[in-house]
Structure formats: structure tokens, C-alpha cells
Design a protein around this ligand. Structure first.
Ligand code: IMP
Length: 427
């Protein structure tokens, strides 16, 4: 048995879905602790590609109980859409528990997200416009609607009416937008609540009982370390805690129960949305990474920004999360590039920085200091062990281990499920 936290070590989109999918085979519980339908997890299963925004990737496995924790924000419409979609394909969905403490994303949150982004002009965050920030803001402001409130439909309808009316004042008077149709929202969302209510439960209890019974619990992070509200590149972050500590908060179990913390990192770096990114490339290598790596967002379809692997970031991720392992994804995308470069430190106003800076404005001025490593040409997409990789690819992996102090235990060499090198069991 083990409690495993799996999370993004960069700016999200590291390919966590595939690694989660592998680890779910041994897990009794798969639980999401943060974010909402701003995430996009792609899983290739029995030859079919599934894209989830809200459901834990474990939903495809009949043996796993899936949990949406209190730290997640739930768009009821998206969730029902994903469940209906799976049901239509004959796949079971009965093992989902939505924590009563999870907050609901309402239409006024989505409207406020869009209005607030437009009002920022040049200073846009580049959000996914899914209402994530305003929903967490309402949570912190103690005005949010929680999943547990769906268990009493009269009470729920009343709360939705009050909140929608209150947020209409912001929309019209602060942002000059048209008001939302409150009775229509109350009717639509009360129906969603009626459908979702049977899935609402005490997620913390389910998880802690599973741990006590010696089962394996896999905590599946969304987004990535640098998008963390406290430790990311603020203000260009999301509004939740994608870091390891967030798993305990968002699911309701104690930190001493955690056995492994796996950071998923691409073999290079990408970012969507605004904000500094020291290794970003605007040249043919950048185009190679985007096109060969299919770097377009699962949720918004936006082209991702791409650049060389930044080891200052990975060292930071190792520290903030207490990583015990890395899973490196998309190593195959580097095939054909020579040299391959890794950023080992930054130069900031003539000084060498070894540590990731706290201030995004400092990061904006940081220039990468690279170490060049030899590239490789051979197709590595069919390799299944480290020994089969070309010496240069092995050297690349080894250098990441040396410069971060964290072992790389899994290496993904293509999108398909079996295109994975596992150097040892996860726990
Ligand atoms: P929000 O989470 O929609 O508020 O967006 C805030 C920032 O997080 C933006 O830069 C988004 O592009 C980024 N973001 C949110 N979710 C993801 C994700 O799943 N992958 C990568 N970036 C994300």
C-alpha cells in the first residue's frame, strides 16, 4: 500500500494523465485535489483517446474509486457532460465521490472571469476563462456554494438566487455587462444539483478509510508547481494549490501518510498564458518542440510557448514539493535536435542565480545559462528500457538527475500507453 502524490513540476501540461493512468492500475482510490475544468488530461485507453477536464483519469478503471476533493472547483455542467459521455460509451461511472466541501463554478463566475480579464488590458493573466479565479475568490470570501448544499434543493435554489443576484450587481455596475438571467440559472442548476446530489459524500473519510485498510491511494494533481497560488509565478498563476501540500489540504488527510511524491516534467518546458518563461524559444527549435510535441492546449486549443528544459525550475519543484521521483515525459520530442540544452542557472543583472526567484519581475529579466549536451537521431519511441536508449539520451536523463538530486524513475517516449520506460515500481 502507498499514498502517492503525482503532480506537475512545471507550468502544467506535463502529460500527467498518462502517468496517472499507469499508476491507477495498482490504486484503489484516485483523487483530484485542486483546480477545476481549466485542466485537460488526455488518456489513451483501449485505442481511444479520452480528454477529461474534471474527472480523475482513474474513472476508466472499474476497480478504482474516484474522488473530487474539497480543494477542487466543480462546474456541474462540465461534470455531467463528462459522465454522460462515458455512459454513452458504455463505461461505468458509479464510483465517483464528490466531496461535500468542493465549491461549485456558477455562470456568474465564468462571466466575471471573462470580464475581469478584459478589464486588465495589457496585464491579462491569460486565464482559461472557466471561472476558476472568481470561484476560489468566492470560497475565500465565504460566499461560495459548496457541493454539500446540493443535498437540499430548496436551500440550494435559494443560495443560487441570492448569489446570482449579488454577482449581477458586479457584472453590470463594475464591468458594464448585461445581467445574467437569474431564474433561468436557478432552474438549470437545481436540475444539475438533483442529478449530482447522489454522488456527494465525505471524500476525506473515504480516503482515510482506504489508507487504514492498506490500499493504494493516488492523488492526481492538476496544473503545475509554477501555477501554484502561493509558490508559483504570481500573479500569472491559477487560484489553487497544485503543489504536494495542496493534496493534504484539498483531500483531507495528514502529511505523514504520504509515501511518494512524483513530479511529472516534460523533457523540455512549455507554458500557456502570460508571464515570464526564461527558456522560451522563438526560433526553429521552438517550432520543432511545438509541432513535434503537439503543444496545443487540451482545454483552450491555444499554442503553448516552448523552450529548453529549465533545471532551475525542476530544482525548485523538487524543493517545494519534496519530490521523491521524476517522471519525464516526451523525451522522444527531442530526437533530432543537436545539441540539446538544459538551463542550469539564470543570469540576472550580471549575477548568477542558482535558485528560482520569488518575484516574477526578476524572473522576467533572468537569462538562461545553458549546458549543452549531445543530441541523438535514433527513433526512441519503441524503447522500453534505459539501456536501449542511445547513449546521448541516457546522458540527458542522467544529467537531470545529477542537477536536481531526484531520480528519474519513468520516461515517456510517445503518446501511447505502452510507450513508457519504468525503471522501478513507483513505491
Ligand atoms: P485559470 O486557472 O483559468 O485561472 O488560469 C490561470 C493561469 O493558469 C493561466 O496562465 C492558464 O493558462 C494557466 N492554466 C490553468 N490551467 C492550466 C492547465 O491545466 N495547464 C496549463 N496551464 C493552465
Amino acid at each position: 500500500m502507498a499514498v502517492i502524490i503525482l503532480l506537475g513540476a512545471q507550468w502544467g501540461d506535463e502529460g500527467k494523465g498518462k502517468i496517472t493512468d499507469h499508476l491507477t492500475r495498482d490504486a484503489a482510490v484516485v483523487a483530484r485535489w485542486n483546480g477545476g475544468d481549466n485542466a485537460g488530461h488526455t488518456v489513451v485507453w483501449r485505442g481511444q483517446t479520452f480528454k477529461f477536464h474534471l474527472l480523475p483519469s482513474g474513472i476508466l478503471y472499474e476497480h478504482a474509486t474516484c474522488i473530487i476533493g474539497s480543494g477542487v472547483v466543480v462546474n456541474p455542467k462540465t461534470l455531467l457532460g463528462e459522465l454522460d459521455n462515458l455512459k454513452a460509451q458504455g463505461l461505468p461511472t458509479a464510483r465517483l465521490v464528490i466531496s461535500g466541501g468542493a465549491h461549485l463554478i456558477m455562470p456568474y463566475h465564468i462571466a466575471l472571469d471573462g470580464a475581469s480579464e478584459s478589464s486588465r488590458g495589457e496585464k491579462k493573466i491569460g486565464t482559461t476563462k472557466r471561472g476558476i479565479g472568481p470561484t476560489y475568490a468566492d470560497k475565500a470570501w465565504r460566499a461560495g456554494i459548496r457541493a454539500v448544499e446540493m443535498l437540499d434543493l430548496d436551500h440550494f435554489a435559494q443560495r443560487v438566487r441570492e448569489q446570482a443576484e449579488a454577482r449581477n450587481i458586479w457584472l453590470t455596475q463594475v464591468y458594464g455587462q448585461e445581467p445574467l438571467d437569474v431564474p433561468a440559472i436557478v432552474e438549470e442548476y437545481t436540475e444539475y444539483a438533483r442529478r449530482l446530489a447522489p454522488m456527494v459524500g465525505d471524500a476525506s473519510l473515504v480516503i482515510n478509510e482506504a489508507i487504514a485498510a492498506g490500499k493504494t491511494v493516488l492523488c492526481e494533481g492538476a496544473q503545475g508547481t509554477l501555477l501554484d497560488l502561493d509558490h508559483g509565478t504570481y500573479p500569472f498563476v491559477t487560484s489553487s494549490s497544485p503543489i504536494a501540500g495542496g493534496a493534504c489540504v484539498g483531500l483531507g488527510f495528514g502529511p505523514k501518510l504520504v509515501d511518494e511524491v512524483i513530479g511529472v516534467a516534460k523533457a523540455y518546458t512549455t507554458r500557456v498564458g502570460a508571464g515570464p518563461m526564461p527558456t522560451e524559444l522563438h526560433d526553429a527549435v521552438g517550432d520543432h518542440l511545438v509541432e513535434i510535441g503537439h503543444e496545443y492546449g487540451t482545454t483552450t486549443g491555444r499554442r503553448r510557448r516552448a523552450g529548453w528544459l529549465d533545471l532551475v525550475i525542476l530544482r525548485y519543484a523538487a524543493r517545494i514539493n519534496g519530490l521523491t521521483q521524476f517522471a519525464m515525459t516526451k523525451l522522444d520530442v527531442l530526437t533530432g535536435l543537436d545539441p540539446v540544452r538544459v538551463c542550469v542557472a539564470y543570469e540576472y543583472r550580471g549575477q548568477r542565480l542558482e535558485h528560482f526567484p520569488m518575484d516574477s519581475r526578476v524572473l522576467e529579466e533572468c537569462r538562461p545559462i545553458y549546458e549543452d549536451l549531445p543530441g541523438w537521431d535514433a527513433d526512441i519511441s519503441t524503447t522500453r528500457s534505459l539501456e536501449e536508449l542511445p547513449a546521448a539520451a541516457r546522458r540527458y536523463v542522467q544529467r537531470v538527475e545529477e542537477l536536481t538530486g531526484v531520480p528519474v524513475t519513468m520516461i515517456s517516449v510517445g503518446p501511447a500507453r505502452e510507450q513508457l520506460i519504468r525503471r522501478r515500481p513507483a513505491h
